[in-house]
Design a protein around this ligand. Sequence first.
Ligand SMILES: [Zn+2]
Length: 189
Amino acid sequence: MIDTAVIWACPVCGGVWLNRSPQARRHRKYERDKGDPERTARRRERMRANQRRYTQRHPERQRKATRTWRARVQADRQRRLNYNGDQRMDYRLRAERPVSVVHVDGGYKGPGSACDRNLDAARLIGWLERTFGGWEHSAIARACRINERVVYQLLTAREPLVSLHVADSVLTGYGRPDLLNVLYPYDES
Ligand SMILES: [Zn+2]
C-alpha cells in the first residue's frame, strides 16, 4: 500500500513525486513558472545557457548525439520526409528575403531570384498596414504564412523595393493572390 504521507501529487498534472524530494520541489517550481510568461522566458534562457555550456564542455558527445539523431531521422521514412520538407522551407524563406538592390535596365541578370522583378514596396507596405494595423509582426507573419524577417524588412526596415516573388508569397499566403494584380497592375510596367 502507498503511504500517502510521503507522496505528493501535483494538482495541475496529476504527476506523483516523493514528498519533499528535490524532484518534487523542482516540479512545483516548474508548475509555478509555467503560468508566468516572464518566468517561462527566464527558464527557457537558463535551459539554453545550460545547453550551450554542455555543448562547449562535451563537443564530442554533442557530435555523437547529432550523428545518432540524424541516423534516426534517416531511418524513419516519415521523419526523413518532414526533415527534408523543413530544410526546403528554410531554403525558401532565406530565398524570399526582399531584394534591396535596384537592377540596371538591360544589365546582366543572373539566374534564380536575381531575375525577379523589383516592385515598389510602398504599395505592399500600405496594404499590410491597412490590413494588419496594430498587429504584432509574428501574428502578421502567421497570417500571411511568411517568415517574420520578411515582415520586419517591409514594416520596420521599410525596404523601398520588394521582389515580385516576395509580394506574391505574402498575398498568396494570406489567401488573396488576386490582390497582386490590384496592387501591381500588369500593364503599368
Ligand atoms: Zn504538474
